[in-house]
Design a protein. Structure first.
Length: 419
């Protein structure tokens, strides 16, 4: 029986060039733009950085802040109990888990760190990761390796430029204590084969930590289909939630084995003068103080994405990104730098003889938001490819073909700017 992810990939490949020329109309783009006030101000192609929030999210955050101002913070939190509960329920629906397997934290980095630093490593323990791994994660690997004597191994890429499942299988043995892979890297449109990785780690009995910071909100993610034991994500990117929000999924089978790197009176209970008891659910990875307004906004953002439908979002985002890649490839001196068998809404490129920072600056001057991914954020990959930096344009379902044309028209004028 085929996995759902395999079926999606097969559909994408079979639709071919015709699909790319005729963008899917499964979403009401006009409605999405009307519900996104920022669309009237800027061409926003930096959704992998922080997407424009819909008005419903902003309104929910402001409404709770006003309630705090009117009746007090503790009292507002108590009154918002159902909205807070909904955050966990909505995330569980989004990723196919149960609410008690979800912790809501300040950001994706904190989510990832709480899982990673709860692991126990010793001399000779091996951590396997991908060539496209994000800098923050690698820095944590290096710190733990220096502290414990654990070893870091980078799994080879395959011929498509994504993690080689064959090489991963070859490396898996009893010394491997963790496989930690970024699903969609910060500097490329590739989607690593997470389900295939999960199949191998499950069979080997090795915990699998998936950094889904850039995939959540733009493609369907189901933790059961993927087979990951832990997953970290953010609210501000493709989920279109508030900044300062993120979440961590930890599978039931692993929660009790992980002691968070720090505890407080929310994560644990002081049961006797010299004793404490850690709570049994994933909220052991949270702490007591939280931004309730942003947390509620995150729940609204997840519900908003689910209302549109993740399959419809993926189809629109993937088609827009492919259209952008095609247009960029037609421009003299522009090179699309994405690789991977499956691509998503992140598009990276370089312009001959112009630095990525200068390209980004010229686009910003034209009212087009993009960003730069530099070698320091993805050294394993970008350094090996001889790329000091790339320009990153990341689309979302509220973007339009006209906005893609504006970006490409601005790029086509760059030779005149530097002449």
């Amino acid at each position: 029986m085929k996995r759902k992810s395999d079926e999606r990939q097969a559909r994408t490949e079979s639709q071919g060039q015709d699909r790319l020329l005729q963008l899917p109309m499964t979403l009401d783009v006009e409605r999405a733009r009307n519900e996104t006030p920022g669309c009237t101000n800027v061409v926003h192609l930096n959704n992998a950085g922080a997407a424009l929030p819909p008005a419903a999210v902003t309104d929910a955050v402001i409404e709770h802040l006003r309630l705090e101002a009117q009746i007090g913070g503790y009292e507002a939190a108590a009154a918002a109990g159902p909205a807070v509960t909904n955050v966990y329920d909505a995330i569980a629906r989004l990723i196919g888990c149960r609410p008690h397997e979800v912790a809501v934290v300040e950001n994706a980095t904190r989510a990832w760190d709480m899982a990673f630093y709860a692991m126990r490593f010793g001399p000779g323990d091996r951590i396997l990761t991908a060539r496209a791994e994000y800098a923050s994660n690698v820095i944590a690997f290096l710190q733990i390796a220096a502290r414990t004597g654990a070893q870091i191994e980078v799994v080879d890429n395959d011929e498509h430029g994504q993690l080689s499942v064959e090489d991963l299988q070859r490396r898996l043995n009893d010394d491997v204590k963790l496989v930690a892979v970024t699903h969609v890297p910060t500097h490329s449109g590739l989607v690593n084969p997470a389900a295939e990785i999960g199949q191998l780690t499950r069979a080997a009995g090795v915990p699998f930590l998936l950094d889904a910071c850039q995939s959540i909100g733009q493609i369907p993610v189901d933790v059961d289909e993927i087979g990951c034991d832990m997953l970290s994500a953010t609210g501000r990117k493709f989920l279109r939630g508030p900044r300062g929000t993120g979440f961590l999924y930890v599978a039931d089978r692993l929660i009790g084995q992980l002691e968070p790197p720090f505890l407080d009176l929310h994560a644990a209970t002081w049961t006797a003068e010299h004793e404490y008891e850690i709570r049994p659910d994933a909220r052991r990875f949270e702490n007591w103080e939280t931004n309730y307004a942003a947390k509620i906004g995150l729940g609204v953002a997840v519900d908003y994405a689910l209302d549109w439908g993740m399959q419809a979002i993926e189809e629109r985002v993937t088609a827009l990104a492919e259209r952008l890649r095609q247009r960029l490839a037609e421009l003299p001196g522009v090179t699309v730098q994405d690789h991977g068998q499956r691509l998503c809404g992140i598009v990276t490129f370089t312009v001959d003889d112009v630095s990525a920072a200068d390209v980004q600056g010229q686009l910003a001057a034209a009212g087009i938001n993009t960003t730069v991914s530099a070698v320091g954020s993805a050294r394993f990959d970008l350094a090996a490819r001889g790329l000091p930096a790339v320009v990153r344009a990341s689309v979302h379902y509220y973007n339009t073909e006209d906005e893609i044309d504006q970006l490409c028209a601005t790029l086509s004028r760059l030779p005149e700017v530097w002449r």
